[in-house]
Ligand binder design. Structure first.
Ligand SMILES: C[S@@+](CC[C@H](N)C(=O)[O-])C[C@H]1O[C@@H](n2cnc3c(N)ncnc32)[C@H](O)[C@@H]1O
Length: 474
């Protein structure tokens, strides 16, 4: 390892936010050795001096460090929501243009996916009223974005008809048509620090903040306060959203999708304002405090919960309910007791009761994934497929590693004849199931007293996926 690697790490983090978590130091080391050799520098101290003063050399090093993984129509639900709901709403409200930013756009697939979707909806006229921008710190990848020439790797899961409509194939490369290419403007900007102006109505900042540490992400949020319009919406990638909930921007949920917007009171406070820390914690704290009536101590409460859980595991629901009632008599809002009560009601097909317990939890803790899972299951058993989808989507957002939510979401998609999302979601469920079975210690679990036997669910996923393959072959 290069002796002064720590100095490089600090410089890069300060300038562009990239943080080299322990496992990633090797990437930095390799990039440094490559650039030092290309520049004929034998000492890393000399090379450090060079990148401190030369932005050209800094950029060259940076191009070796950024992870540019992207593809067309990635996490398509957000793109659909932007183009089908947000843009039409904003266009109705105003005469000026709607401005969209794909931040950390890499080679441009995300920005162009939006342009294609808007072209499908509004034809060529959309350009007069919607501006699409892409920004990235990596100048090399921006050149690729502007050229808009892609290999098949960028088209994972893209409808072949759509690919034929908007791209011209030459050998193994696909050139995006001018009608779309000219609709997106790319520029080099550092989203952590630069106050890009004018402001944007919609910002997609997906799969970028995963390379930042908490400190940088907070800085980023303060910068975003200044870049996002008062009624604007900011999207992170599905798995990143909750790790970005610092309470600086306000987290909203619509149609099962999460995004951030400006807090009502302070539209754009100065960057020196104190940073509130409202990081989302697990829905049910490990030691959920119990407001105890004079007759019951916290230990007694915990012991009753344990007894209730044992009874549920043995399917002795009446006895479990007795223990739970005692806890709830002592603390009517006790989350774990409410979850158990909701789960027992679900087992007894008393779906109204399940929904009531879950709603009770959500009134006090809008982030309870357990309550949302209960609601999803209750809706599913009552054939309210759309509502079930909305709840399962929220669980998947909050707990992307929790396979039962993916599995049931896939089931609901299939029942709604949404076969592409169903196929995709079964695959994810199966991947997670396999990972869990190979390494049970890393399983993502909710505190729900419901059993989902992995073997049976794996069989069901495989069965459904085989059905899809068979249908495709016919
Ligand atoms: C994994 S790609 C994400 C591409 C796309 N947003 C997506 O979700 O498919 C991450 C991109 O973020 C860019 N990036 C990293 N730090 C940045 C910063 N401070 N400002 C702007 N872009 C940044 C990288 O250069 C890289 O191209």
């Amino acid at each position: 390892m290069i002796p002064n690697i720590a100095a490089f790490k600090t410089l890069i983090k300060d300038r562009v936010g990239l943080h080299f978590f322990n496992g990633m130091e090797g990437l930095l080391n390799t990039a440094l050795l490559q650039r030092m050799s290309e520049r004929g520098k034998e000492s890393s101290e000399k090379y450090y001096e060079e990148i401190c003063v030369s932005t050209v050399e800094f950029d060259k090093l940076l191009s070796l460090l950024t992870i540019n993984e992207t593809y067309f129509f990635r996490e398509p639900e957000v793109l659909d929501f932007v183009c089908e709901t947000l843009v039409p709403k904003l266009l109705e409200q105003r005469s000026g243009p709607v401005r969209i930013l794909s931040a950390g756009c890499s080679s441009g697939e995300e920005a162009y996916s939006l342009a294609i979707k808007l072209h499908q909806k509004y034809h060529d006229q959309f350009a007069a009223r919607v501006e699409i921008h892409g920004c990235d710190i990596d100048t090399k990848i921006l050149a690729k974005a502007r050229a808009a020439n892609y290999s098949s790797y960028s088209f994972r899961g893209v409808d072949p008809l759509l690919q034929q409509t908007y791209f011209t194939r030459t050998g193994n490369q696909f050139q995006l048509h001018e009608v779309i290419r000219t609709k997106v403007t790319f520029h080099r900007s550092n989203i952590v620090k630069e106050q890009i102006q004018p402001k944007f109505d919609i910002i997609l900042l997906r799969n970028v903040s995963i390379y930042f540490d908490d400190e940088t992400r907070r800085l980023l949020h303060f910068n975003l306060l200044n870049i996002l319009e008062p009624d604007g919406a900011l999207f992170f990638g599905n798995a990143e959203t909750l790790a970005n909930n610092f309470g600086i921007l306000k987290l909203k949920q619509e149609h099962g999708l999460f995004y951030f917007c400006q807090p009502k009171s302070s539209r754009a406070p100065a960057a020196s304002a104190s940073v509130p820390s409202a990081k989302v914690t697990r829905a049910i704290p490990a030691a959920a405090p119990c407001v105890v009536a004079p007759t019951l101590s916290t230990q007694q409460c915990d012991s009753l919960i344990k007894k209730a859980l044992d009874c549920v595991a043995e399917k002795r629901f009446a006895q479990a309910e007795e223990w739970i009632t005692k806890v709830l008599d002592c603390d009517v809002h006790h989350q774990e007791a409410l979850v158990i009560k909701g789960a027992i009601a679900l087992e007894k097909c008393e779906f109204g009761q399940t929904a009531q317990s879950a709603q009770h939890i959500l009134e006090r803790d809008e982030w309870s994934a357990e309550a949302k899972m209960l609601l999803g299951l209750a809706m599913m058993w009552q054939q309210h497929t759309e509502q079930a989808i909305a709840w399962f989507k929220q669980v998947v957002y909050q707990q992307p590693g929790y396979w039962p939510a993916h599995y049931y979401l896939a089931e609901m998609y299939r029942q709604s004849e949404l076969y592409r999302p169903a196929l995709r979601t079964y695959r994810i469920a199966l991947q997670l199931l396999n990972a869990e079975m190979n390494s049970p210690g890393n399983a993502c679990a909710l505190r729900l007293p419901l059993s989902f036997p992995s073997n049976s669910f794996r069989f069901l996923c495989e069965h459904q996926l085989a059905q899809f393959t068979r249908q495709d072959g016919q």
